[in-house]
Design a protein around this ligand. Sequence first.
Ligand code: PAF
Length: 314
Amino acid sequence: MRVVVFGAGAVGQLFGARLLRAQHEILLVARTEEVVAIRGHGLRVEGETEGVFPVPAVDALIDGITPDVVLLTVKSFDVESAGVELGRRLRPVPPVLATQNGLGIESTLRRGLERGRAGSPVPVVVRAVHTIPVTRLGPGSIRQAGVGELVLGRPAPETEAAAADRFAELFDSAGFTVRRVSDIEREVWRKLLVNAAINPVTADHGIPNGQLANEPWRGQAEELLAEALQVSRAEGFDFSDEEAPAELWRVVRATAANRSSMLQDLRRGRPTEIEAISGELLRRGGVHGLKLPATERALERIRRRVRERAGPGT
Ligand code: PAF
């Protein structure tokens, strides 16, 4: 299959490497420093996946290419502008898989695609979530710290269902664990609960995920989880008191050696996904009249760190 990985940071690079190895035709669209490094020494991957992969990489989408699918792996704050770019450059836009953390990603992406596509057919968007821990070691160099899975929905509309099947086959062909679910929104919330608890605490304190099992971080993560759980229930997603913590500690154990994406972003002086995670929880909590003091504090602390343009221990 001809695959464009748009916004190939650590996760997108891993997808590209594994799909190349499975004989797919890959084009990574990544930041210039990543492209220069990948062209220079190949894409270096260590950990669960090992090797140096000669993946073609460019720093901007070229007009006239016709991929079968797009894997959109930009961070949540870049989803809308990525949609505009895909809409402008690809005619027609093939099915797009969105794997970001956070809420409201599909509507943001559709808004961007709508702005960019100028009359070309409406693209199919498929939402997925993943728990594959990947850390960027440097330009064009990543470590896959654990296994994880890609969770894909079974959308009802026929075009979306067919596209979701293709994405499932694609990832399956590259040896990823793919789980199909009837309700992807519930999975998006399940992941959000985990991100709401792990990401701000690890980013604020500069600790790998595994350290969250210890106090005082454990208590902070549990407080954030409890608040996120209240919002999920108010929104109609009824995770039980056992299910949510069990999932949190399962992910913490599975990604113990990993640095959360938010910590990695802070350390690189980049924007973080705090707005799509804690910001969106606060916005939705407010609609339901919920008070979320721990989430509010976490949001403010990460915003302050972003303003300071430096993560802890940098
Ligand atoms: O954002 C992240 O870092 C990941 O979603 C997760 C699962 C928390 C692992 O680090």
